[in-house]
Design a protein around this ligand. Structure first.
Ligand code: AGP
Length: 613
């Protein structure tokens, strides 16, 4: 949830740390800080608010030095003020810490420390880490050992970096559990540390990622990894394939708008390398799947959070319709507490943009502990959900920076479609003509999306007329029911307007009471098997003076006459329609928020990677 950046090398650390923090603001942005080490002295600057405020502060009073750590925070303990901003220091001002995660036994540790006479300067759990390292250092005179001892005391999941004047030529980075990644970037006589690749990829693409319960002793010349017992462990440095340019806004006002428009390319990218155009067959080598293994699958259990869970709901229809394998979907925050029944032949499939979401990773662990095979569909390269799965499909869409997920919604829909075709083919349940038709349809998706995006001006005009609405209802059915959920989630996340997604058939069981001339009802009425039901839904809404904004297919005169507004989409095969019906809803949410002047890429109270429970 928080972002960490650190540097040790020959360059001035401050601009590197600041630049990295800006790239990590999607992880949290309620306060920020940095510390620079020079001449055996640590200087700290911290602010409430965003990295821009920190930048203003250090512009007035720059810090010079070639070793530094920085942090952008999503508050868990203590309000987002300067005092609670990281880095945090131990009592003697010799040791500073930046930290991502929650110290679950914080109260207990704090009491122990207070009993030893430690005075706390903040309300944070992180400060306990700084004090513990300091106390253990006094006992051992060995900073690495002090950090290891501290890590053993902590409950919960953590990523952290320690800098000190006592052993000034090194940084110590550590990871415990699933509090998000810790990437080490290797340069020429310089090293970079960050919670995520975009923060440091401008400097180096040669990286390794810390495993849980490992720490790295990082110097200008490289790094050494060890476990909590101090035994050496190996880390493989690999070149990450992302282009740093992909993390820039370019001509767009916001990352979200850029990422919405990127979907033509990102969808083509997710298909890339997976389709044999000659044979019209799908190839997903990352799943390590044989025909014999595919035939033994009796059920797929999809689990994920938020937008990723809605993708999974679309996947249920796709896999059940195409491969005829039963699918259950459960949000990952419930999964481990539900004691899910995972019989032999079940595969658990998680979906995650970040690959760091704590609930999703905990669901993977739960499935593992029950001896179940686990697959993942993940975007962030090197993330935990990608690495620990038995089989994985990479979304291949590049970094998604906007907190509201867009391209990481549509790509996994196509990945699930490919999985469905692949499974059906391996299980011998797909006639050749049908397979060819399914693949031909799939190949057309990027161009359907391009045509839907070309209507952005029309969506913006509708958003102008509705920008002051109090709230909205979103209705969908069948394969487009999750699109109602997703459209509503997008609107509430970035415009702070109340929005509800509903299965359209449920309207008459309660929510229809909300309908009046002030409540826009957004109805997804594409040409799918539920089309007629959606038309009668529009009629029922109109009969109660509701305002209907319909998503409908070009040339649909019936809906053109019935609805107050129509957001048009091109005709698309119904199994693939969610990838297209969601586009006007992403644009609508974006423009409502933009017209209200809101901070679209960093909406209040949210963070991109939810690495705490
Ligand atoms: C989407 O707009 C959200 N910000 C959120 O629901 C997100 O999809 C969810 O937190 C899951 O994240 P993940 O894909 O990184 O696991």
């Amino acid at each position: 949830m928080c972002g960490i950046v650190a540097y040790i090398g020959w360059q001035d650390a401050m601009p590197i740390v600041l630049d990295g923090l800006k790239k990590l603001e999607y992880r949290g942005y309620d306060s920020a800080g940095l510390a620079i080490l020079e001449d055996k002295k640590i200087e700290i600057r911290r602010v409430a608010g965003k990295v821009a405020a920190l930048e203003n502060l250090v512009c007035e009073n720059p810090l010079v030095g070639s070793i530094g750590i920085g942090h952008t925070r999503w508050a868990t303990h203590g309000v987002p003020n300067e005092q609670n901003a990281h880095p945090h220091m131990g009592v003697s001002d010799r040791i500073v810490v930046v930290h991502n995660g929650i110290v679950e036994n914080f109260l207990e540790l704090r009491e122990e420390l207070v009993a030893k006479g430690v005075e706390f300067k903040s309300e944070t759990d992180t400060e306990t880490i700084a004090h513990l390292v300091e106390i253990y250092y006094r006992e051992t005179n060995d900073l690495v050992l002090a950090v290891r001892k501290t890590l053993k005391k902590l409950k919960g999941a953590h990523g952290l970096v320690v800098m000190s004047t006592v052993e000034p030529e090194k940084l110590i980075a550590a990871r415990l559990g699933n509090a998000g990644g810790v990437a080490l970037g290797v340069g020429e006589n310089e090293m970079f540390i960050a919670s995520d690749i975009p923060a440091i990829v401008n400097h180096t693409r040669m990286m390794t990622f810390l495993e849980s319960a490992h720490l790295a002793v990082v110097t200008r010349d490289g790094f050494m990894l060890q476990d909590l017992e101090g035994d050496s462990v190996n880390g493989v440095v690999e070149e990450v394939p992302w282009d740093a340019v992909a993390a820039e806004k370019g001509k767009y006002r916001h990352f979200m708008q850029k990422e919405i428009h990127e979907q033509v390319r990102s969808l083509a990218d997710t298909l890339s390398g997976r389709i044999d155009y000659e044979s019209h067959r799908i190839w997903l080598p990352g799943l390590n799947l044989s025909a014999a293994k595919a035939k033994k699958i009796k059920k797929i259990f999809i689990t994920a959070c938020g937008t990723a869970a809605y993708t999974g709901m679309v996947g249920k229809t796709l896999i059940e319709q195409i491969a005829r394998v039963p699918v259950e979907v459960m949000v990952a925050s419930e999964f481990r507490y539900a004691d899910p029944i995972l019989e032999e032949g079940t595969v658990v499939l998680v979906i995650s943009q970040s690959g760091e979401t704590a609930d999703t990773l905990a669901a993977m662990e739960e499935a593992r502990s029950k001896g179940t095979e686990v697959w993942s569909i993940v975007n962030a390269i090197g993330s935990q959900a990608m690495r620990v799965a038995d089989g994985s499909i990479s979304m291949q869409v590049g970094p998604e920076i906007g907190v509201a997920s867009t391209k990481a919604f549509t790509a996994p829909v196509l990945d699930l479609y490919m999985l469905a075709v692949y499974l059906a083919d391996l299980r011998g349940g797909l006639e050749e003509a049908r397979r060819i038709e399914l693949i031909e349809d799939l190949l057309s998706v990027p161009s359907f999306v391009e045509r839907a995006l070309a209507r952005e001006d029309q969506v913006r005009e509708v958003a102008e007329r509705y920008k002051d609405m109090q709230g909205a209802l979103y209705l969908g059915r069948g394969i487009n029911m999750p699109i109602a959920y997703e459209g509503a989630l997008k609107l509430k996340e970035i415009s702070y307007k109340h929005a509800e997604g509903y299965p359209a058939g449920e309207m008459k069981h309660g929510p229809i009471a909300l309908v009046d001339e002030h409540m826009p009802v957004i109805v997804i009425a594409s040409q799918d098997p539920w089309y007629d039901k959606m038309v009668s839904q529009i009629e029922q809404t109109k009969a109660r003076n509701g305002k209907v904004i319909a998503i409908a297919t070009d040339g649909d005169e019936r809906i053109g006459e019935l609805a107050d507004e129509v957001l048009w989409i091109p005709a698309v095969p119904w199994l693939l329609s969610p990838v297209v019906t969601v586009i006007p809803l992403q644009l609508f949410a974006y423009h409502v928020a933009a017209l209200n002047g809101l901070d679209i890429d960093q909406p209040r109270n949210l963070a991109k990677s939810v690495t705490v429970e």
